[in-house]
Design a protein around this ligand. Structure first.
Ligand SMILES: Cc1cc2nc3c(=O)[nH]c(=O)nc-3n(C[C@H](O)[C@H](O)[C@H](O)COP(=O)(O)OP(=O)(O)OC[C@H]3O[C@@H](n4cnc5c(N)ncnc54)[C@H](O)[C@@H]3O)c2cc1C
Length: 474
């Protein structure tokens, strides 16, 4: 029998409450509210009980009770996920927020062990206090947790240099769907002892087990970082500019983020204390960050890159940040853009990828498809083009609505275009519940079959976050 999200019997809920003690659960509507609201405000979850274990042992005990009774569980970290993976739909909601300790920081091994509920910002701070860098960085870093970031294989703005979460994890501690604990919290750089089990849980969106702690890679802090915003001659110039910047900086580019004109307009409109480096924002610009191992000389390298780009006609204007405050102001435009888009109502979001060289084609295709299907509808394409990833947000045309059928047609066209370019319908946010039905259309039958076999092998009762990524039944 597989697990169900039907309301669990009262005696089961009582058992969980007794197991966790008064601090370890809640039915309080006010407390539940933040856990059941979707960040984009489009959906609300529901749950019979919020459980808040404080240790790996408590997670294991409650998972075992649920597994034996066939009761489904949805793990949740900061609830900043954007594909509905962590919103319960009747499952017991397992918040990891009380597992918030940094267990170890080792600057000689360049490693840090953090519990799953630790917000990313606290890990960054602990690494900095030890004179090291944990490079993952994204707009939700104050709230998103290590467990959620591992489970979504999060990307962010430093992927170009340091990779995604998958590249930053050395080991994991996981509670399996039957309640056993797998202690894989090794900090080894080299370990070829069979299958790399941690990779199964990274990006699994809570469908294969509950991550309770992670051993993370630390890095030397760059001695200097320089930031600029450059106005592109046109969208296609972005690829050549990126290649030039990588070459001339000796691989020092840490971020390369696309910003359309409308990005500046929207953050100026919706976000307090934002400024634009341009008198008149250009149709397309990029935010470039370059990091260096030595304290001197970085500014000259960035100036040389921008001068060469001007000479080759790749850019028409550029502004280099002359202080940390100025760099912060440049970044603020990029980091607050998702919020500005939400406030503006450009809520139909796409998180697509393609080979870096095909990104301009992907964006042009998306604009053309939206113009064809919904003339006048605004499109804002932005983000991590240096990694071959763009977020493409669409809103209703003035005076119109994006009804579900039209929204579906737009998404289908953009996703089909990304797939045709050799890209993906989810670059970094995951599949969750939102793209569950679509995944089998975009991936081969062999891939879907392998995913289902993995799910059945690790979670034969279907207890862990059902109906995310793959449906349990063929
Ligand atoms: C403003 C904003 C900016 C963002 N920018 C980026 C970005 O640049 N790059 C990017 O990749 N994402 C981005 N995101 C998306 C989001 O922050 C990430 O997906 C993040 O990794 C989610 O972490 P969380 O702790 O909030 O997880 P949640 O939202 O709570 O959960 C996400 C998924 O992981 C599962 N999960 C959570 N914790 C665990 C656990 N301990 N064990 C097993 N499963 C678990 C959940 O069931 C769910 O399926 C952004 C979101 C916002 C709101």
């Amino acid at each position: 029998m597989t697990a169900s999200a039907a309301r669990p019997p009262p005696h089961l809920l009582d058992r969980l409450k007794a197991l966790l003690g008064p601090e370890g659960w809640s039915e309080d509507a006010v407390e539940l509210d933040a856990h059941l609201a979707d960040w984009r405000g489009r959906e609300r979850g529901f749950t019979p009980l919020l459980v808040k274990p404080a240790s790996t042992g408590e997670v294991a005990a409650l998972v075992q009770v649920c597994a034996e009774a066939g009761v489904a569980i949805t793990p949740q970290g900061g609830n900043t996920g954007l594909v509905g993976g962590g919103l319960p739909r009747g499952e017991v909601l397992l918040s990891l927020k009380r597992l918030r300790r940094i267990r170890a920081v080792d600057p000689l091994d360049d490693s840090l062990i953090a519990e799953a509920g630790t917000p990313l910002v606290e890990v960054q701070q602990a690494a900095a206090a030890a004179g090291r860098l944990f490079p993952l960085s994204l707009g939700s870093e104050g709230v998103a947790t290590i467990g959620g970031l591992c489970s979504t294989n999060a990307g962010g703005v430093a992927v170009l240099r340091y990779g995604m979460m998958r590249d930053l994890v050395l080991g994991l501690e996981v509670v399996l769907p039957d309640g056993r604990i797998w202690n894989g919290l090794r900090t080894l750089r080299k370990d070829n002892t069979g299958y790399d089990l941690k990779q199964l849980f990274l990006g699994a969106e809570g469908t294969l087990g509950v991550i309770t702690a992670a051993a993370l890679k630390l890095f030397a802090r760059p001695a200097a970082t320089e930031t600029a915003v450059a106005a592109l001659a046109d969208l296609h110039a972005s690829c050549e500019l990126l290649a030039l910047a990588k070459e001339m900086s000796g691989g020092g580019v840490t971020a390369f983020e696309l910003l359309p004109q409308r990005a500046f307009d929207l953050v100026l409109k919706h976000i307090a204390d934002t400024r634009t480096p341009f008198v008149q924002p250009p149709p397309w610009s990029v935010l470039i960050e370059v990091s260096f191992g030595r304290p001197e000389g970085g500014r000259a390298v960035l100036e040389a890159i921008l001068a060469a780009a001007l000479e080759r006609g790749l850019i028409s204007d550029a502004a280099i940040a002359h202080s940390l405050a100025q760099a912060g102001a440049f970044w603020k435009v990029r980091e607050t853009l998702p919020l500005a888009l939400r406030l503006e109502g450009l809520a139909l979001a796409h998180d697509v990828s393609a080979p870096v060289s095909r990104m301009p084609d992907l964006i042009v295709m998306a604009q053309a498809e939206v113009a064809r299907l919904a003339p006048g509808a605004p499109v804002v394409a932005f983000g991590h083009v240096g990694d071959g990833n763009a977020h493409i947000n669409v809103g209703p045309a003035p005076g119109r609505e994006l009804d579900p059928a039209l929204a579906h047609a737009i998404t289908d066209a953009i996703h089909a275009g990304a797939t045709a370019l050799g890209g993906s319908i989810s670059a970094e946010h995951g599949i969750g519940a939102q793209k569950l039905a679509e995944l089998p259309l975009r991936r081969s039958a062999v891939e879907i079959d392998l995913m289902r076999k993995l799910k059945h092998a690790l979670d034969p009762k279907g207890v862990m976050n059902p109906n995310r990524i793959v449906s349990f039944h063929a």
